[in-house]
Design a protein around this ligand. Structure first.
Ligand SMILES: [Zn+2]
Length: 58
């Protein structure tokens, strides 16, 4: 199940959901409003909601 990274809502139908491909990763949104918010400050939402370990500092 995909999540809208802006508002946290579950995206039940990714086929009809607005999406953005940002830095090679696909983000789905419940509405264009959330998509627009993400477009304005993508890093803000990615840092908050994404805990992938791309850069492992040791
Ligand atoms: Zn949303």
């Amino acid at each position: 199940m995909e999540h809208d990274i802006v508002c946290g809502m579950e995206i039940k139908n990714t086929l009809s959901a607005p999406l953005i491909i940002y830095k090679g990763k696909t983000y789905y949104f419940c509405t264009d409003l959330c998509k627009i918010q993400f477009e304005q400050e993508p890093e803000k939402y990615i840092q908050k909601g994404d805990s992938e370990q791309d850069e492992h500092q040791d």
